[in-house]
Ligand binder design. Sequence first.
Ligand SMILES: [Zn+2]
Ligand SMILES: [Zn+2]
Length: 327
Amino acid sequence: MQAMVLEAAGLPLRLTELPIPEPSSWQVRLRVLACGVCRTDLHIVDGELTEPKLPLVPGHEIVGRVEAIGAAVEGFAIGDRVGVPWLGATDGTCPYCRNGEENLCDNARFTGYQIDGGYASHTVADARYCFHLPDHYGDAEAAPLLCAGLIGYRSLKMAGDAARLGIYGFGAAAHIVAQVARHQGREVFAFTRPGDIRAQDFALELGAAWAGGSDEAPPKQLDAAIIFAPVGALVPAALRASRKGGVVVCGGIHMSDIPSFPYEILWEERVLRSVANLTRADASEFLALAQTAGVKTSVVEMPLAAANEALGRLRHGDLTGAAVLIP
Ligand SMILES: [Zn+2]
Ligand SMILES: [Zn+2]
């Protein structure tokens, strides 16, 4: 099989020929149909996330077709199209798992980080963490639902019932969350890199009430804001844009340092929180909602061997929507 392999942080991925893996008893083997490129992949490749297995096949937005199946697998058959998300394994026994917070599991393992992922022609995945995908999404269109969509949805839940929602960083996650938020009747205020007119136009096309640079104040105070851009300086900016009692959610796995800020912008019961990973319940809820809400994903398809180019374009903000690798 072909895979794009990370040998050490900071190096470009290398196209490598590997043996096709055999599924263990809980696993399915998939022929990969499409794999989304997530900002988390960039943090792994750049060494900002420091605990990858090495060598590693990145990729945790995998759409694949089942072609072999372990003895203990239930609910999937050969030929099924399945999605594989970031959450790849949990222990099921730690206090978090027992409390319905498997996203915080003490012994969680993640796809494309501690488990080889989908930047490849084939992969294996624990079927207990895989999902059937809504039929009407094409393979590439379904891929961004599996992380950008899922984590975006979890971030939106953490924003509560906010009617005026700010979104900082208008990439793959934001373009999905904006559609769900509009479907729920919320007003969306989109913040992009200053001067990024293309991203601002994209946000307006998706129904945002306002789009501007992250250095601008929105025309109305926000009830909540979600920050997807990995930029710590946006935290005080989002707090300043939020009303009393407003919520600021950091939706990314990594962020540059947050500059110090005066207590008065947190005061009056504003809440600052992060979102980590996903639960399988989030995935079931979101995949059903995506269909009801008519969420459409905007994807840029690229060949598997162009993974480095895809990561480079993501780094430079040179994508409208989500890059998806096709083996
Ligand atoms: Zn656990
Ligand atoms: Zn991701």
